[in-house]
Design a protein around this ligand. Sequence first.
Ligand code: DGT
Ligand code: CA
Ligand code: CA
Length: 582
Amino acid sequence: MPVANLAVAAALQEIADRLEIQGANAFRVRAYRAAARTVQELPDDVKAKVERGETLAGMPGIGADLAGKIAEVATTGSCEVLRVLRHDMPPAITELLQIPGLGPKRVKTLWQELGVQSADEVLRAAREQRIRALRGFGEITEQRIEGAIATHLSKARRVKLTVAAEYADALVRYLEAQPGVERVAVAGSFRRLRETVGDLDVLVVGKGGRAIAERFVAYPDVEQQLAIGATKTSVRLRSGLQVDLRIVARESFGAALVYFTGSKAHNIALRKLGLAHGLKVNEYGVFRGTRRIAGETEASVYAALGLPPIAAELREDQGEIVAAQAGALPRLVEYGDLAGDLHAHTNATDGRDTLEAMVEAARAAGLKYVAITDHSRRQAMSHGLDGAGLLRQARSIERVRRQASIDVLHGIECDILEDGSLDLPDDVLSRLDVVVAAVHGQFHLSRAKQTERILRALDNRWVDVLAHPTGRLIGEREPYDVDMVAVVRKARACGVHPELNAHPDRLDLNEVNCRMCRDAGVRVAIDSDAHGVRGFDVLRLGVGQARRGWLTREDVVNTRTLAELRPLLRRSRNAHVTSRAA
Ligand code: DGT
Ligand code: CA
Ligand code: CA
């Protein structure tokens, strides 16, 4: 479905919701809802349609008046009715409406009876048990609302790592340019490369603590100063992101970096280990009695505890300290280890750039091979390829191979249908170099059905990679309910490589699943899923997630040269079996 249509449909839904909250005529409310549905189900891009001068009037549930409003939303992003409605109601109504379980009727009651204007206020009302007394609510509903809002708030307040990186980079550049500043580092979950971060923790070494703090709060993007002092200052940026700044002494920099990188669980484990050695560990250093024995560098802190340095990505108290003591820390995969990418799109389906441009971009990203894996026919909205389309693409790839300085594999991102069969027949799949199989719909199957579906897809002897194995979109869509232990076991039995899709919205596999693969001896493919020439940049993010999942170079299949990779693809085994049989 065209993305723009979703936005238009959402605006129409919002109008309907707000009208309902206002107590408007039920017929009018229904008309907007029907229009939203029509737009959502429209196969073509509504904006393009409007721009071509076509009218939507006459489509199911859409008269001349609504058609005009849809055109206005499609071209300008909003419309007069919506602006007026928003103006007349507290802004948080939109936020409240996004909370599962809070439809317009309930929002209306909460707003009118309790006067709540934001999600925080609803949460407080729930905790103070003021909601259960309202007509149509009750204790169970109150509890459900409390849970839903708490989840909503905790998600809304964490930002994706790539977004945080933009704020962090700009702020670091600003701080480094200030007089007296010697050194700036971003610690916290950001440095551990967690997929989302709650706030930024910045450390500064420099002269004149108070003056540096004042320069920090004067940063143009600061909206609110939360606390200021010579050692600790906190602000909120305009985007809502909080930044904690600590000014530390040079000789404590390493200890502060360890402490504020965390995680809290890792810190506690280190402190315990110190106690066992008669040492005190804190953000200022490692102390025996009152004597500081380490603290200037991170390595000195770990060494004082008898440990080798531990990579920031591992510091979650998930066994890294025991591994460090045993000299068994993994040699984590690095970006430079990647040799190729097994999942990328072109404008033959929903990618933005040509085959030639994508191959060149893969080369520029330092890769030695790239698999072109456009969508299969089921993805009709993105013009998915059938057998004939793939044949045409094969000819283009032949042509590009003659000029390209890297190897180009011809593959497909083939839909896994609801019953676990694949969208294209085996004889088509067998002609390709690599098959990436993916779930793109029916996310709500039961756990048993979803698992069975995916296991069945892995049984297909042409499937090499299982793309974005859990389907989650960070902060937007939960993973579908699937038994990953069974999937990983099956992947091992079949020789399929689960993908770590590096797109910042996906990072799917997550770190827990990465580690499950490693423990099962299953090699993972870190793929970009690039839909444009900039799309290969995300591979770095994928490597970060892989490191959080303890993956080494050996655990990642696309660190192999193409010659080493081929035998690890299932089709090579098939060929072997077939030729022996012949
Ligand atoms: P976030 O911001 O929620 O994504 O996660 P972090 O890990 O960045 O947590 P944050 O910002 O609350 O604190 C930064 C670091 O400071 C954290 O990773 C470890 C350390 N830290 C915070 N509170 C405590 C604590 O109560 N005890 C210890 N030992 N360390 C703490
Ligand atoms: Ca933090
Ligand atoms: Ca913090």
